[in-house]
Design a binder for this molecule. Structure first.
Ligand code: D5M
Ligand code: FE
Ligand code: ZN
Length: 457
């Protein structure tokens, strides 16, 4: 509750809590049609507005992979080139030289080059980096005597593309600054109509801990069955539901998971998902991307959940199945949707980051202009020819899930949201020390980008 209050203050919105819950609990199934609240007719604004969904990025059709390890060379080259282009557009880094040119510069020259970090190690007095660009490599040393520089150096991760400002001293380069590609200050686009999007993730349907009752209440609220006044107005405005992965719990995802499953067939898990989502009003457009529990390949970028496992979902006319990550434009507002697998790696590698502070790891991804900066840790990455995980254009909203903890921030004009989960803490998460904040998700008004948290608890 303390967290809910904090989020409430941050958002300037409200959290639907006790009063609605009481009302909800009085309801009995099934939902009558047409939908009435008992007081007056539920006439949602969202049903009168035409849907405007444009898919700007979907890896499903761009995946090339024959899985050839040689492709990693292409992948890293593409990552470097894309991020280098971002640096070249910026005032402070457009004059960066190449590592070759840096090697040919006279001793003592102050210079800048763009490079990928290949190795990083720490000694008593310095952080030592082996770096490279497309032609050459170099050693960069960040001395610990400056606290500010040391902190910056500590936050740079292996495989990240950065711009190093340094002084040439013999064969090595002594760092003065590490510049991230960053996002520029951004003026978010807004919709002309006051419709909104419910951003949600991590239902884990099929798990014994899936909050089925609460999710059915949420759907009932979208249908206008519960809530009044302000709450009803919000429900009436919901035109989109975006699911950022882990729709079902899957099978065999972690050791002992079978003991935590209520539905042990993946097909039946998706059937149940389709049944629940089919209760969402038809005028609401639903976008679904996979997470690491869903039925598709595990390596990023992930194609959409496989049709052969989720037939019933593909049959729903208002559902769009996309890959992870994807970018969709709802009216004028661009939303980057990513399950967020790499947040764990970042929390582990970067001082000051934590799994239960998703807004920080998500901001880091924007600043690094990459959704999975570290390669070779927990997050599997596929050897694609093209690096789709580079954040090429600045979104208005960045939506992720995965860590089961809600989060919100505004970074340089981009609204960062983590939609938490609708699964209570699993015995597995107890063992791993993860305390989720399940049962609430953000609703973004696309005209104002104001956030309202909806939850039952
Ligand atoms: O991930 C839900 C949360 O649980 C997320 O914060 C990661 C964490 N998790 C998942 N697997 C592990 C392991 N093996 N160790 C530690 N923490 C983990 P989800 O994708 O829903 O399972
Ligand atoms: Fe999850
Ligand atoms: Zn997940």
């Amino acid at each position: 509750m303390e967290r809910a209050t904090k989020l409430l203050e941050q958002s300037g919105g409200f959290v639907i809590t006790k009063s609605v819950l009481d009302e909800v609990l009085k309801l009995e199934e099934p939902v009558p049609k047409p939908v009435l609240t008992g007081k007056k007719e539920f006439r949602p604004l969202a049903s009168e507005v035409e849907a405007q969904v444009e898919v700007l990025l979907d890896p499903t059709k761009r995946i090339s992979s024959g899985g050839d390890v040689q492709h990693f060379l292409h992948l890293f080259r593409d990552r470097f080139e894309k991020i280098q282009k971002i640096f070249r557009r910026q005032m402070t880094t457009r004059d960066a030289i190449t590592i070759d040119q840096a090697h040919r510069s006279p001793d003592g020259t102050r210079l800048k080059f763009i490079c990928m970090i290949r190795e990083k190690r720490e000694t008593k007095k310095a952080v030592v980096f082996e770096v490279e660009d497309l032609e050459s490599s170099a050693r960069v040393i960040a001395l610990k005597e400056s606290k500010e520089l040391y902190e910056k150096a500590s936050r740079v991760v292996v495989d990240e593309v950065v711009c190093v400002e340094c002084v040439k001293r013999g064969e090595v380069f002594v760092a003065r600054d590490f510049i991230l590609p960053e996002i520029p200050h951004h003026t978010p686009r807004r919709a002309e109509t006051s419709v909104s999007a419910l951003l949600i993730s991590d239902f884990h349907i099929g798990s014994r801990m899936f909050m089925e009752k609460e999710v059915r209440h949420l759907v009932g609220w979208l249908r206008g069955r519960v809530g009044s006044g302000f709450e009803e107005k919000i429900a009436e405005s919901v035109k989109y539901v975006v699911v950022a992965g882990d729709l079902v719990d899957g099978i065999g995802v972690y050791p002992g998971q079978e003991d935590e499953l209520e539905v042990i067939s993946i097909y039946e898990q998706y059937e149940k998902a389709a049944e629940i989502l089919s209760e969402i009003p038809e005028y609401v457009e639903i976008v679904i991307i996979p997470g690491n529990h869903d039925a598709t390949r595990q390596a990023l970028p992930q194609p959409a959940i496989s049709q052969s496992y989720a037939k019933k979902l593909y049959e729903l006319h208002n559902v769009r199945m996309l890959g992870n990550p994807c970018v969709v434009r709802l009216h004028e507002v661009e939303i980057l949707v990513f399950h967020g697998q790499s947040m764990e790696d970042l929390a582990f590698s970067v001082p000051g980051m934590a799994v239960d502070k998703p807004e920080k790891t998500q901001a880091y991804m924007l600043r690094a202009r990459h959704l999975a900066p570290v390669y070779g840790q927990k997050t599997p990455i596929a050897p694609e020819l093209e690096d789709i995980l580079v954040v090429e254009s600045v979104p208005d909203v960045f939506h992720a899930g995965h860590v089961h903890v809600t989060g919100m921030d505004r970074y340089r004009g981009v609204l960062i949201l983590n939609s938490g989960a609708w699964q209570t803490q699993t015995p597995y998460q107890v063992r791993k020390g993860l305390t989720p904040t399940p049962g609430r998700s953000p609703i973004v008004n696309l005209a104002t980008l104001e956030v309202t948290w909806v939850g039952f608890g």
